[in-house]
Design a protein around this ligand. Structure first.
Ligand code: HEM
Length: 535
């Protein structure tokens, strides 16, 4: 009896304690935290419903983040999904965070990807870890309707204006000077005469900024340093988790934001100085925009964006072109002979050093009269412009995917990994081999579409400059720029592969890592430079 009384007294005391604990602020706070966490995780894990005709979802995904492979092993992920999808429609769906993405693989759907007017390139850029530069809403200067034709946005229209023959011819001597000075600097205070090809992006960057913005940010050392610091961040910082969780602040995200703000500040300062009464006038792209009365905020956005966009592919291709020239002496020699022939045909001072005679070559020859060099450029572009290309269906209407009963739903992203074309052995036999001759008439295996469709139904498989509604808008200048770099580089030096101390590296290999998660950061490589005049 006494024992029973004791027990019930203990139970009463315990339940009283429980009551006190349950009402305590610690318990209430803890419960609220757990409930909050559960709701947050369920919110993250919840995915919006998708259109019933969306392609089937792949299984290679994790909760909340979605398909990590898309970001961390882009080609292996794509290839595995494409192989699985081929058994059905050829299309597949996957999640990146809460975003629904559609992958397409057939030739006919590739045509759709490149040609459909509602599939926008700039809006698609927000999906890529290197392009996490465009935050929604995409700025007005990228909105179609400003002009007619393909390049119908303010941004593209101005970019075309700055690649006219008049503008290029006006700038040509200054641009040649940039290359020559940049290459001369490589052997100053450099007793081993070693250079690292990935570092050449700075030379490319200067030329782009001079031609497409203003000489001031190249010639003024302080401005140049500010713009280079911001450009370096935008070109070489990746924000993979911000693609999956766009709201999550991260160090790289913050750095990119700050870099853009720094460029916006530079642009605003330049404009404001020029708008002051009595301010000096310049003969450059910025002055053209001011004289036309373009909106101040549009000009600022144009400058901030072009500084990044113009040098992304161009910086990578330039670095690889130099590396390739050093690794393939037979191609270096063929291009060198082509340069000597052009000089021979145009020079008015045959006794001057070769590098001085280059200024006699007319611009149209630099653009279209160096076919061997262009073969090398095309082959380099095939290998290095191989990664996920993305578009956003900017309308609310679903787009039917040809050859299937499936759609790209409205406001949904669509992806095509260009490696599928560029490294397809049926189109490019022995695809890892640097083989410029494959682009010569009579070969061009890539013109034969392997899927039995006629060529009128599909676009060309030559994707180096892109195609359809969004081909490279900097193609004219981009080609001329690469030609200038290589012509000066070979006229001034003989190039050979070496290690970082300058010792010959006969085992140096040119290898494109198709699965790179950072395609704009080049693998390390070194070249030894021997001045030509010593030969
Ligand atoms: C060798 C150098 C270059 C290569 C290989 C290259 C390649 C490409 C490719 C493949 C695309 C299409 C991407 C896609 O379909 O998703 C593209 C687009 C673009 N490129 Fe280039 N590019 C180069 C240089 C340049 C330069 C120097 C500029 C600026 C002057 C530039 C401006 C652009 C722009 C603005 C677009 C987007 C066009 C649009 O929105 O419709 N590119 N480029």
């Amino acid at each position: 009896m006494a024992f029973a009384n004791q027990t019930s007294a203990k139970m009463a005391a315990a339940s009283e304690l429980d009551g006190v604990f349950i009402k305590s602020p610690v318990f209430i706070g803890f419960t609220a935290l757990v409930a909050g966490l559960i709701s947050f995780v369920s919110y993250l894990a919840h995915r919006p419903p998708v259109h019933y005709k969306s392609p089937p979802f792949v299984s290679d995904m994790v909760p909340i983040l979605g398909a990590n492979g898309f970001i961390f092993r882009p080609w292996r992920f794509w290839d595995a999904c494409a192989r699985e999808a081929k058994k059905k429609s050829g299309n597949f769906s996957f999640w990146i965070g809460k975003r629904h993405l559609v992958g397409i693989t057939s030739s006919a759907s590739r045509k759709l990807f490149y040609e459909h007017p509602n599939l926008d390139l700039v809006s698609g850029g927000m999906l890529l870890p290197w392009g996490a530069h465009f935050w929604p809403p995409v700025h007005e200067i990228f909105r179609a309707g400003y002009a007619k034709g393909i390049n119908n946005t303010y941004f593209l229209r101005r970019l075309m204006d700055f690649q006219t023959t008049k503008h290029l011819t006006n700038y040509f001597p200054r641009l040649r000077n940039d290359v020559r000075q940049g290459l001369e600097a490589l052997t100053v205070d450099n007793p081993n005469a070693v250079m690292s090809p990935p570092s050449i992006w700075r030379l490319i960057f200067n030329q782009n900024n001079r031609l497409l913005v203003t000489d001031q940010i190249v010639d003024d050392a302080k401005l140049k340093a500010r713009v280079h610091a911001a450009g370096d961040t935008l070109l070489h910082t990746y924000s993979p988790f911000n693609v999956q969780l766009p709201w999550l602040p991260s160090w790289s995200w913050a750095k990119r934001r700050l870099a853009r703000v720094a460029l916006q500040k530079v642009a605003a300062e330049l404009i404001d100085k020029r708008m002051k009464p009595g301010a000096p006038r310049y003969d450059d792209a910025l002055q053209t925009m001011i004289d036309r009365g373009d909106r101040r905020d549009w000009v600022i956005e144009y400058i901030t964006s072009i500084i990044f966009i113009a040098s992304t592919n161009a910086g990578v291709v330039a670095g690889q072109m130099l590396n390739i020239m050093s690794i393939y002496p037979e191609w270096q020699e063929k291009v060198f002979q082509e340069i000597k022939a052009a000089v021979e045909a145009h020079s008015k001072d045959k006794n001057a050093p070769l590098v001085d005679q280059l200024s006699y070559i007319p611009m149209e020859v630099w653009e279209n009269g160096l076919p061997i060099l262009y073969l090398c450029l095309k082959e380099t572009m095939r290998m290095w412009v191989s990664f996920n290309a993305s578009r956003l269906n900017t309308s609310t209407d679903p787009i039917h995917i040809p050859g299937s009963d499936e759609v790209i739903p409205g406001n949904t992203f669509v992806i095509y990994n260009t490696t599928q074309c560029n490294f397809n052995p049926e189109l490019y036999p022995n695809p890892t081999k640097f083989d410029p001759e494959r682009h010569m008439e009579g070969r061009q295996e890539y013109m034969k579409e392997p899927n039995g469709l006629t060529n009128s139904l599909v676009l060309s498989t030559d994707l180096g400059w892109g195609q359809g509604k969004h081909p490279c808008a900097g193609m004219r200048w981009g080609k001329l720029q690469q030609h200038m770099l290589i012509v000066y580089a070979l006229a001034m030096y003989k190039w050979s592969p070496c290690d970082k101390n300058g010792d010959p590296d006969p085992n140096a290999e040119h290898k494109k890592e198709v699965d790179s998660r950072e395609p704009f950061i080049l693998p390390p490589s070194y070249c030894k430079l021997e001045p030509r005049e010593n030969f």
